[in-house]
Design a protein around this ligand. Sequence first.
Ligand code: NZQ
Ligand code: ZN
Length: 381
Amino acid sequence: MHQFKFYNPVKILFGPGQIANVAANIPQGSKVMLVYGGGSIKKNGIYAQVTQALSGFEYVEFPGVEANPKYETLMKAVELVRKEKVDFLLAVGGGSVIDGTKFIAAATYFEGEDPYVICTERARIGKALPLASVLTMPATGSEMNCGGVISRLSTQEKFAFSSPLLFPRFSVLDPSVTKTIPPRQRGNGVVDAFVHVTEQYLTCPAHGDIQDRFSEAILHVLLDNGDAYVNDPGDMDAASNIMWACTMALNGLIAAGVPEDWSTHRIGHEITALAGLDHGQTLAVVWPGVQREMASGKHEKQKQYAARVWNTADVEEALAKTEDFFRRMGVGTRFSDYPQVQDPQGLIDAIVERFKVRETLLGENADIDYRKTRAILESRK
Ligand code: NZQ
Ligand code: ZN
């Protein structure tokens, strides 16, 4: 295990009824901006609960943050924050709304011409507005981490950013809000969390026993509850377990002191940016290719994964069963599952060209270059 520093200040309010406690956790006298997405919260009663909880505060609203939140939209929110002198941001939504709110928090105080460099050049974030979240969909873990991912329409780019200043002050995790999530988004969320865990686990051995056993536990919980969660919106035990598993999958705990391989995500972000696939869908396509193409470096941990998660000595069997699980979650694992990708070869060529120009190196050993990326993607047609 390497040296590590573990820091996570996010207060979690878990369980039904917790939305009402939002008010007690926002500093008195704050001027709040309520940030949300395309309107699902108005149909399922979450908006009514949140606005009721905010009744003692002065607040403005910023609706319309898209899935894969757009820089262009978020900059309009920054204008509103400045005009209205907002001093607290409350995100009510999935990963996109929470990530978008983190970008607004950082961009508001950005000193420089264009806050987009927070993403492209990892420019330092010196100050940020305080934020909190009411999570409406388990998936990304954004509710308990300090990162975000922003897309830019004008350049078809999708880049990540992070800063310790962007941890939510608190996050409400009420599993009953999941009842209205459509099946496609349920499956996406389970796959996202599953892949998050593996990207901190299927690398090279580091003898982080706590991290490994914890990762395996999260994977088991996703496998045990995934089917019920995707097929039965009324199963609140399944929803609760999936929600907590997704949060634990990316809050820093299982990454502490061990190697990480975010190649599936990095390649997946390009697929979303260029072809519009959902985040979870891109991961289900890329993951099997990464595992097989990079098998030599990952072999020890893949053997451990096969034995402890799938109860087999056969790594290939474990990988095939993982892919079956993704498909059972309703998430296609090949480009051919997505008719909207009309020209898979053109898409692969475009991603490879981007990585070549950017001299991108991915993986725990920084040995996934544009050539390996091509091999990974070609195997997923
Ligand atoms: O916009 P509305 O109308 O609210 O509908 C949303 C959206 O269309 C809907 N939804 C959310 N909660 C619902 C609901 N519909 C009915 N009932 C509810 N309770 O679901 C759709 C998708 O929402 P979105 O927030 O886009 O999904 P997700 O949570 O999967 O977030 C994906 C984004 O997060 C980024 C991804 O790249 C992507 O941009 N990620 C963020 C990470 C982080 N900050 O740590 C890590 C992840 O790896 C990921 O990259
Ligand atoms: Zn993800």
